[in-house]
Design a protein around this ligand. Structure first.
Ligand code: F6P
Length: 328
């Protein structure tokens, strides 16, 4: 219990970078847990831009009602160029002090965490919670939004497959993920794609595309799907090259922002809730260091923020290899 004359800790929450389904579940859990643990919460509007402008809203138990099932982020998000400058960082830290924020919960991806690390060097304790559909933060096995985005993309590819099959066509379907192939690999395996093209593994057009089409065609296959990560090299106009080489009518589909929207799946709601509460517990326990909440071997944990962002990516190619073996 917090005695009435003790000043309540004031926590700021912001979402930054690309939105991801499940961010609202994190906001809800972090807000309610902070309040339950005797703290008060301010929602910073539009990420680091809001911090620069001191734009915030009070978050209470009821203001985070009815959001667990909603995609996007109720406190909006942005990518802030100004924040990333020396002047911007100084002003953001100063504004945190002006607003009386004791700590900041930052929900976002690797860029947002680097920003949080810079703020913590300037005296602001930050707790990072991974929220991005890319699942590209090496320190954690999972980032909020990934599973929902993967399911959305799978649903879209299934629909595309119906029409590709009817017309005996080949499709190159581009999915998001920036420089990371995790989303593409998951979607490719789940949809039984003929091939998956990702930034982490260089592809050979003849061997990995043309020979695969020719081989599967010789076994009776009449339509072909390639899932390409947006960040992979050599995927622009791939459909045209395929058509030129094989004579098969080939099209390109860019799934785009549909992948970031929609109601979060149960996994993103549950893991988001666990991560939000975990951040609040760290703050309640009066830890002073900045931390990153991570998901490791099926459980939510925390590590030092700086250590977390320094962990380098090690691509796990098991699913990619699986696809190569069975998509024939
Ligand atoms: O990081 C999430 C993500 O959706 C990436 O997959 C994609 O490359 C990028 O954001 C798109 O960003 P923006 O919303 O700025 O176009």
């Amino acid at each position: 219990m917090v005695s009435n004359n003790m000043k309540k800790k004031r926590i700021g929450i912001l979402t930054s970078g690309g939105d991801a389904p499940g961010m609202n579940a994190v906001i809800r859990a972090a807000t309610r847990a902070c309040i339950s643990y005797g703290m008060e919460v301010k929602g910073i509007i539009r990420g680091y831009n809001g911090l620069l402008k001191k734009e915030f809203t009070d978050l209470d138990i009821r203001s985070v009602s009815e959001i667990i099932n909603r995609g996007g982020t109720m406190i909006h998000t942005s990518r802030s160029k100004e924040f990333a400058t020396e002047k911007g960082l100084e002003r953001a830290a100063e504004n945190c002090r002006d607003m009386g924020l004791d700590s900041l919960i930052v929900i976002g991806g690797d860029g947002s965490f680097r920003g949080a690390c810079e703020l913590s060097k300037r005296g602001i304790q930050c707790i990072g919670i991974p929220g991005t559909i890319d699942n590209d933060i090496p320190a954690t096995d999972y980032t909020i939004g990934f599973d929902t985005a993967m399911n959305t993309a799978v649903e879209m590819v299934d629909k595309i497959r119906d029409t590709m099959t009817s017309h005996d066509r080949c499709s190159v379907i581009k999915v998001m993920g920036r420089e990371c192939g995790n989303l593409a690999v998951g979607v490719g395996v789940a949809t039984g794609a003929t091939g998956i093209i990702i930034p982490e593994i260089k592809f050979d057009f003849e061997k990995d595309v043309i020979e695969r089409i020719e081989f599967t065609k010789s076994t009776g296959k009449k339509h072909f799907i390639f899932i390409a990560a947006e960040g992979a090299e050599g995927v622009d106009n791939l459909h045209k090259r395929i058509e030129e080489c094989t004579g098969i009518n080939s099209i390109e589909c860019v799934l785009g922002y549909v992948q970031r929207g929609g109601s979060p799946c149960a996994k993103d709601r549950i893991t988001g809730s666990e991560m939000g509460e975990s951040a609040a517990r760290i703050l309640k326990d009066n830890h002073k260091d900045s931390k990153m909440i991570i998901y490791k071997n099926g459980a939510v944990e925390d590590i030092d923020l700086k250590t977390g962002i320094e962990i380098k990516s090690k691509f796990d190619n098991r699913l990619y290899n699986l696809s190569y073996i069975i998509s024939i």
